[in-house]
Design a protein around this ligand. Structure first.
Ligand code: PEP
Ligand code: MG
Length: 325
């Protein structure tokens, strides 16, 4: 199966009933972009920009960032590259940043909250992104957004930086989609409201699972509770997909769950149109998509979301598999 998957890695992933699913790669460093292209990724679903900030002893300059973004955008050309703005705070601290000491960092100043509180940091990154936009197909994504105001504020910063650059005579692409990570229960529960504002969603199941189940993603004592197959998480994912579908915006997933080939059918059934994962998983997930029948997948997903526990979800997934083939 792996050999066949590798052989077809550069073909698009289309379900048996003709539904195209974009299979994207998560990229952590610009150097990973070539591996992602080689693996057959249809685009980048999550470029985590944190490396620029961690592998440094100073705030990365606009120029340093521009070079990094440009490299990834050029590697993918016409294919979309979703670059996420700085997702700092929580468990991710920086030695040179004066982050506040918080009792509950995961419930504190992280993601978009930090960037809106530190406009200089945000502005530098946005200018670098906008400058790089002419070198490929850039989509910009904001992390940890949980209400419409945060998104509007971020969007205004983009407009301001674009105006600045244009006044300086620097070219910027016109059509840059702006989207959000759906990674808090609040965002998922109000996805219908957010969907009217944003250009796309990407579900971050690593955080969505942690916040929904109140189980720290890095705490081994509660590792057995931290389970993305909990029906509560599945319902939030489905809710987000339904909201996106209703207004016709793309919805993807970039948490670890997206790379689990055992879950591909379930995820297509929940309504995801794009899955983003480590490059290594791209060929196999594409091959799994080719075996999916959307109607059956929907039924399976509905049964999973209605199950009483993660264990019951696993049992249902296994059972329907046996019955269907
Ligand atoms: C997520 O939360 O699922 C996600 C993809 O973001 P990160 O793992 O970087 O928090
Ligand atoms: Mg996250």
């Amino acid at each position: 199966a792996q050999a066949r998957a590798e052989a077809r890695a550069h073909e698009s992933a289309v379900t048996r009933d003709g539904r195209r699913i974009e299979v994207f790669a998560n990229v952590g460093k610009p150097e990973d972009a070539d591996a992602a292209v080689a693996a057959g990724a249809d685009g980048v679903g999550l470029f985590r920009t944190e490396f620029l900030y961690f592998d440094n002893d100073h705030w990365p300059t606009e120029e340093e960032q521009y070079e990094a973004y440009r490299r990834v955008l050029e590697a993918f050309g016409e294919k979309p590259v979703i670059i996420r703005t700085l997702d700092i705070g929580g468990d991710k601290q920086l030695p040179y940043a004066q982050l506040p000491v918080e009792e509950n960092p995961f419930l504190g100043l992280r993601g978009i909250r930090y960037c809106l509180a530190e406009p200089d940091v945000f502005r530098t990154q946005l200018r670098a992104l906008l400058r790089a936009s002419v070198h490929g197909t850039l989509w910009v994504m904001f992390p940890m957004v949980e209400n419409v105001s945060e998104f509007r504020a971020a969007k205004e910063w983009v407009a301001r930086c674009k105006k600045e650059l244009e006044d300086e005579g620097v070219a910027v692409r016109e059509d840059i989609p702006l989207g959000i990570m759906v990674e808090t229960p609040a965002a998922a529960l109000t996805a219908d409201v957010l969907a009217r504002e944003v250009d796309f969603f990407s579900i971050g199941t690593n955080d969505l699972t942690q916040y929904t189940l109140a189980a720290d993603r890095g705490n081994t004592d509660v590792a057995s509770l931290y389970d993305p197959l909990h029906p509560a998480v599945l319902r939030l994912i489905r809710m987000t997909c339904v909201a996106a579908e209703q207004v016709g915006i793309p919805v993807g997933m970039c948490g670890e769950m997206a790379g689990d080939a055992e879950l591909t059918e379930l995820l297509v059934g929940l309504g995801l149109q794009e899955l983003s994962m480590s490059s290594a998983f791209v060929p196999l997930v594409k091959e799994r998509v080719r075996g999916v029948d959307t109607r059956m997948a929907r039924a399976k997903a509905d049964a999973a979301a209605a199950a009483e526990s993660p264990e019951a979800v696993r049992a249902k997934l296994a059972a329907v598999d046996g019955a269907g083939t």
